[in-house]
Design a protein around this ligand. Structure first.
Ligand code: HMG
Ligand code: MG
Length: 298
């Protein structure tokens, strides 16, 4: 990857849909992923192999994963919370998975019913099996800039959890502002501290746009050196166990900004906009992407 290349990790089929009350049928999810695959995106987080009781929207994970068109050169990671999820994901054909924990105890308890330490212990066999099977594992650190229960989250807690995941064998660590409360200087300071322990090329940023700070935070982190950015078309998203969290930063807006800065993504913005507009129509709600709004309203 060239230093002027940025990889977008498209999370709309997973983060984007997991909190949606309108239950989408598998065919629509498959159509979404297939459309995204045609835009030039290289990484599409496809679904979650979690408990259907906890996230009913993604109960069809295995069917969706099996039926999507796997485009060569595109990877389709899936979220797994434990070994059980890992095994089901593998049976469905997954070749890359993401594990997820947080920098704050209370959020982790609400989200996966485990302490941070317990969650890391749950991931140990996942990483061992994945390593033996040649499956790549991505790690998320939620609440990296604030927690809905605890409020402030010390930077050293983010660094410690990120480091543990990296040492366990995650190839990439995505530091996440789950509830979208961060501001640019804080985001940059957090990323800077994490990058003292983990090479910048193995880091990604994941911003929710609750307070309208996401693009500014991404810019600050790009200036700090990050080159992997998570986002979701139409600005969909939010964690059901993070009260007050709104959608992810919209992929269309991120790509527009990156291309305007001369950074390459390999993504066709027109196709991304069309896909975002199509998704918001399926969800019967207005897009949260400013670029899509600007380009699709007469
Ligand atoms: P639990 O109830 O504590 O677990 O849930 P358990 O081990 O007692 O199992 C309870 C039941 O779930 C059992 O079934 C298990 O078999 C089943 P029962 O015997 O009652 O019929 N089960 C599973 N079923 C399917 N797939 C599995 C699985 N594991 C157990 N993998 C558990 C613990 C982790 C399962 C639960 O808390 C869970 O699924 N949580 C997922 C929550 C979630 O997906 N949150 C959103 C994603 S994280 C996020 O959005 C943040 C992120 O975007 C970054 C950011 O923005 O910060 C990544
Ligand atoms: Mg998220």
């Amino acid at each position: 990857m060239n230093n002027s290349d940025v990889r977008i990790v498209e999370v709309s089929p997973r983060d984007g849909l997991q909190n949606e009350k309108t239950m989408l049928p598998p065919d629509i999810k498959i159509a979404l992923i297939d459309r995204l695959s045609a835009t030039g995106l290289k990484t599409i987080e496809t679904t979650s192999f979690v408990s259907a009781r906890w996230v009913p929207q993604l109960a069809d994970a295995a069917e969706v994963f099996r039926r999507i068109r796997k485009v060569p050169g595109v990877t389709y990671p899936v979220l797994v919370p434990n070994e059980q999820g890992y095994r089901i994901a593998r049976e469905a054909g997954a070749t890359e998975v993401s594990v997820f924990t947080a920098a704050s105890e209370a959020f982790n308890r609400a989200n996966i019913n485990a302490s941070i330490e317990e969650s890391l212990q749950r991931f140990a066999p996942v990483l061992q099996e994945a390593n033996a099977e040649g499956v790549k594992v991505r790690g998320y650190v939620s609440t990296a800039l604030g927690c809905p229960y605890q409020g402030e989250v010390p930077i050293e807690d983010v660094v410690n959890v990120a480091k543990r995941l990296y040492e366990m064998g995650c190839y990439e660590i995505s530091v996440a502002d789950t509830i979208g409360v961060g501001t640019p200087a804080k985001a940059r300071a957090m990323l800077h501290a994490v990058a003292q322990e983990i090479p910048m090329r193995a880091l990604a940023v994941h911003f929710h746009d609750t307070y309208g700070q996401a693009l500014a935070n991404i810019l600050a982190c790009l200036e700090e050196g990050v080159r992997v950015v998570d986002s979701a078309v139409s600005g969909t998203g939010g964690c059901p166990y993070a009260k007050g969290a709104s959608g992810n930063v919209a992929s269309e807006d991120v790509v527009y900004m990156l291309h305007g800065m001369g950074l390459q993504t390999g993504i066709n913005l027109d196709m991304l906009v069309a896909t975002g507009a199509w998704l918001s129509a399926q969800l019967n709600k207005p897009t949260a992407s400013r670029v899509t709004k600007a380009r699709t309203t007469a």
